[in-house]
Design a protein around this ligand. Structure first.
Ligand code: PXL
Length: 292
């Protein structure tokens, strides 16, 4: 055996629901994080038959009671986590549980990404209301990176939702109010600065610098795209990509996935076709980490 040694594999703890059909949360986090070359350990917060958008009659099994015992068991194994990434939660009280899990699973070096999944297109998702927003405000205080969409950003910041023409003053106010909640990097998704364009902006709180990646806009909701973007960002940042690199490569994966589902004419509620976008994503990730 004369193969050169490789750096230790990074590991993320992904704390999300598992929606069996509809490609969001864990069913997206697992393949995207793995494709980035990062191990994805999963704690399901609930098991649903589908996500809750545009489906009716879905089943939901709340796994709140298992979350802390799973984290305690992981801690007892001595496993270390380079990242903790959480998104959709089945109830506001699960946000409190996630805070307790962070105390068990994270250290000073752990990157904590909180995606405050609760709303889109100006409206809360089914079964959610202001209580979820208040719970996320508390959880965000423990995050390094947050990734709200523009609806969630407005809710968290207490600003009116604007569908488009997001101007400098509106965005600056959102970034500053969200930064005041505690994170070091604020990423806002689904931002529309110019007609016909949509994209993602990242605000580095310490330097005040804003990074952006804009693409051609496609109208309507694409379920699971926020999860694809946040999963890629979490894994790329854990591997050490810069904010601009991570934002660009994660946005391109999301945009390619949307374009592929439009070409396949996949009904919106079944999620976007990220599978066919993974090979190009893996090549872009390889370009960033050429020397590893
Ligand atoms: O993609 C976000 C998400 C995650 N999990 C569940 C959801 C949604 C969005 O609707 O319903 C259960």
């Amino acid at each position: 055996m004369n193969e050169t040694m490789l750096p230790p594999l990074r590991r993320i703890a992904a704390i999300h629901d598992l929606s069996g059909l509809g490609k969001c949360s864990l069913t997206v986090a697992l393949p995207v994080i793995s494709a980035t070359g990062v191990e994805c350990a999963c704690i399901p917060t609930a098991v649903l038959s589908t996500h809750t958008g545009e489906f009716t009659g879905w089943t939901l099994r709340d796994l709140s009671a298992d979350m802390l015992p799973m984290a305690r068991h992981w801690q007892s194994t001595g496993a270390k986590f380079d990242g903790v990434y959480t998104g959709y939660l089945a109830s506001p009280s699960q946000a409190e549980t996630v805070m307790q899990m962070l105390a068990l699973l994270s250290t000073e070096e752990t990157l904590v990404l909180v995606d405050p999944v609760m709303a889109d297109n100006g409206r809360y998702y089914s079964n959610l209301d202001d209580r979820m927003c208040r719970a996320f405000r508390r959880l965000i205080a423990h995050a390094d990176v947050i990734t709200p969409n523009i609806t969630e950003a407005a809710l968290l910041a207490g600003l009116d939702y604007q569908h488009e023409a997001h101007g400098e003053v509106y965005l600056r106010t959102l970034f500053e109010r969200l930064a005041a909640l505690g994170p070091k990097t604020v990423v806002i998704t689904g931002v529309r600065t110019e007609a016909g364009e949509i994209g993602n902006l990242a605000f580095d709180v310490a330097s005040g610098q804003i990074f952006r990646c804009m693409r051609e806009a496609h109208e309507g909701i694409f379920y699971g795209t926020g999860d694809i973007l946040a999963s890629a960002l979490a894994a790329l940042m854990v591997r050490g990509a810069s904010t601009q690199q991570a934002l660009t490569v994660a946005t391109l994966l999301t945009d390619d996935s949307i374009r592929r589902s439009l070409r396949h004419d996949t009904p919106r509620r079944f999620g976007v076709d990220f599978e066919g976008a993974l090979p190009a994503y893996i090549r872009r990730v390889g370009e960033i980490f050429k020397t590893e």
